[in-house]
Design a protein around this ligand. Structure first.
Ligand SMILES: [Fe+2]
Length: 406
């Protein structure tokens, strides 16, 4: 059987080493010159002071990035354990999915050592990741490389026959969709007997395909829901300080003047000017302007009716499409999150976990009273239809049935 406790012990030691490496980092002039905004963001968040030197601020910042991923990882481990147990998986599978959960974001720790944030997108022009240290890979694929090619499976002493399966979970947990063999669904916990079926071969037999698919689906399912926990912890605030508004109407191509934009938001032009540090009223060089929400009436943030209608029909809301719109705000962003994440969940027990943990209630509670009416109908619908009803309709099932248009 795979030894989760030993793996966790080595994981903790590895994290300590990562923190030491950050402590001992020497920053080049170029790195420091690019990092002034990290300091000002940290000061604004009350995490640094003006008199702190930049190197210290960066080191503390990177150690906080590490901590964010440790907290995330431990929640993922706890949640996959519950899902695996709820479907009657054998103990060896439970331990395997715990190890896969523990290691799924292993690439993130390397990323935090070398970067000031978690962007690892691939630059279209160069084909390189925007994260220093990953080459052409994103954190998921780089994590698999760390384990298999760079010797971390040996460090963790993971027995041979689990390695390919765990590596696949790490490599694919960031994929937008699970397709092909890994979309296979199991029908009984008995099919998940890793002890009996896993061989370690890269040529998966039918039994192994089911097991690797289940491992990947479980980790991905809880990883996705964990993004909502970031709203509760404040890592991703539900209310932002400003709305980023496009100065040009994407439909007509007409650029508005500062006065027109100010009139639209019901905000004094001078406030917008100061907030954006504009030298004059001429905004022709600006693609977007930040409109501070403190100055505007909350009703300006009302979600557009056509989006509301699609949400209540439970149609698929496309993030890119919404973000291209001029009326996109962080409030619409929460409607999208509820639609996208709740409909994206595969396992009934994951929905049950959300209900037990009162995740939706806790996110809703983060909104100040004046903004609650903007999201209340969406949370109510999510709680009743996307959680409660789906759980009731699927009692005794393992997987959620395909999304229903209402
Ligand atoms: Fe990840």
């Amino acid at each position: 059987m795979i030894d989760y406790d030993k793996t966790k012990d080595r994981f903790d030691k590895y994290i300590e080493r990562c923190k030491k490496t950050i402590e001992n980092t020497f920053f080049s002039e170029e790195e420091l010159s690019k990092a002034a905004d990290v300091k000002s963001d940290n000061i604004a968040a009350g995490l640094a002071r003006e008199e702190d030197d930049l190197e210290t601020v960066l080191k503390e910042h990177r150690k906080r990035l590490i901590q964010i991923k440790i907290d995330h990882t431990m929640r993922v481990v706890a949640d996959v354990t519950k899902i695996a147990n709820s479907v009657g998986a054998p103990i060896d599978f439970v331990k395997t999915v715990e190890v896969a959960g523990l290691l799924h974001d292993i690439g993130r720790f390397k990323q935090a050592i070398l970067n000031n944030g978690y962007d690892d997108g691939i630059d279209k022009k160069t084909g390189l990741s925007r994260a220093v240290g990953f080459g052409t890979l994103r954190h998921a694929q780089y994590g698999q490389k760390m384990l298999s090619e760079l010797g971390m499976f040996d460090y963790y002493e993971i027995p041979e026959r689990y390695r390919f399966a765990i590596g696949e979970v790490v490599a694919h947990h960031q994929d937008a969709n699970i397709t092909g063999d890994y979309a296979t669904r199991f029908t009984s916990g008995k099919q998940l007997d890793t002890d009996k079926y896993l061989t370690g071969s890269q040529m998966l037999n039918e039994h192994e395909k089911i097991i690797v698919a289940a491992l990947l689906q479980m980790v991905k399912d809880v990883d996705m829901i964990d993004i909502l926990y970031q709203n509760i912890s404040g890592e991703m605030p539900t209310v932002r300080k400003s709305v980023e508004y496009r100065t040009t109407d994407p439909v007509t191509g007409k650029q508005d003047t500062l006065d027109e934009i100010a009139a639209y938001w019901g905000v004094d032009p001078k406030v917008i000017k100061d907030y954006n540090k504009l030298e004059s009223d001429d905004i022709s060089g600006r693609v977007r302007l930040s409109i501070p929400i403190k100055e505007m009436s909350p009703s300006k943030l009302e979600v557009p009716l056509d989006i509301q209608k699609r949400f209540f029909n439970n149609e698929d809301l496309d993030l890119q499409e919404l973000q291209r719109r001029r009326d996109w705000t962080f409030i619409t962003g929460m409607w999208w999150r509820l639609n996208h994440f709740l409909n994206g969940i595969s396992f009934i027990s994951n929905l049950e976990l959300m209900e037990q943990n009162e995740v939706l209630e806790k996110i809703y509670a983060t909104y100040p009273d004046e903004y609650k009416p903007l999201v209340a109908p969406a949370f109510e619908f999510a709680k009743e239809k996307l959680l409660g009803k789906v759980i009731r309709d699927n009692k005794g099932e393992i997987y959620v049935k395909r999304r229903q248009i209402m």
